[in-house]
Ligand binder design. Sequence first.
Ligand code: CTP
Length: 391
Amino acid sequence: MEKDDIINLIQETASKEGINTYLIGGYVRDEILGIDNKDIDITVEGDTKKIAESLGERLGVKIKRTSQFGTFILFTPGFRIDIATARRELYPGQGKLPLVEPGSILEDLSRRDFTINSMAIPIGTTTIIDPFRGLEDIKKRLIRVLHGKSFIEDPTRIFRALRFAERLGFKMEQITGSLMDEAVEQRTLLTISPARIRNELSLCFKEIKKWNILERTAQLGILKQLGMVYPGMGFLQELDEFAAGLGIEKEPLYFMALTEGGRNRKILTGRERRYLNAAETLLAKIVPLKESEGRGETYTVLRGFPPHPLAYVAVKEDLRDKISVYLKEIEPLRLEITGEDIKSLGVGEGKLIGEILLRVKREKLDGRLSTKEEELDYARSIITRNRLRKN
Ligand code: CTP
């Protein structure tokens, strides 16, 4: 279904139910700017559930209730429709999530971050409700807060401002810029939970201009304040390229780069923490890795490390060639023989089987074995030498 058909359906639903329904926020902003947006933001004055259920039925899709106050999500092929209840918000304290109760559309627009995001269109009309002159700011290409406490009440807006500025090529309106600097200086971001900080960075990583946004974040001293490090745009771009070549997920690498050598690992997922620990273990063995010669020796140093820590170290220590060969050729190489074959040579269950297989793989990697028979012969020779040594 096309976007216009969906909008028409929403309008029909709203007028049948007799409930005031508005297109709002990012959707309106992007429509005015002529930017394609797959998220359709709707706000309802009244029974949101009724609108969501009725629309879900007409579209033939399930509705999902979110944990947020009176909010539903519908997914159609190609679009995400967010349906929220118009609300007013009370900020209980710095960094805390606001207390929320139902309100009017004007109250809903008044609780928002920037003027460009604080416009609404009553569905089925061409009227723009624009109490904060967002339209004018779109024309002037400015990011402007609605009031002086905006960043203090919700410091994640600091990240949002930087994101929108870079994405849209907008400037920070002068007072807004000063308010943002003040909020940074007052260390308001330290009151935000690590999960929310992570979410903001994660959103930044989804942007086309992610490196510019991150650089601004670093220039403002935000990363340092949060106990993170800025490894530089060049390093991040190199990580990006290397990960693309390997076909591995990039986000864990970005987060590793922002936290290695810093004092804040709380923003990492459990998996990223393990990757970072592994990368540090490998960095501690960097001399034998750099000096390793031949595939067998490289295998001995790198085996067991997952691709992410390997990719990280590859870029950091400029070992891209060696580690690419490891990941693409050395690690995937499989022996013709298995542990069962070693057992049938009379070796009992235990560590020794793994050690023998490792030595056979090293020998094969160094090009001295090819057939299954050769592998078995080599395994036999190890076992015989072992027995002789024991006697
Ligand atoms: N909003 C806000 N303060 C926040 C987060 C959101 O005021 N900290 C408001 C803004 O009006 C925003 C709307 O909630 O337009 C929806 O939030 P979100 O979906 O995060 O933003 P979008 O503007 O849709 O941005 P994007 O294009 O990045 O999805």
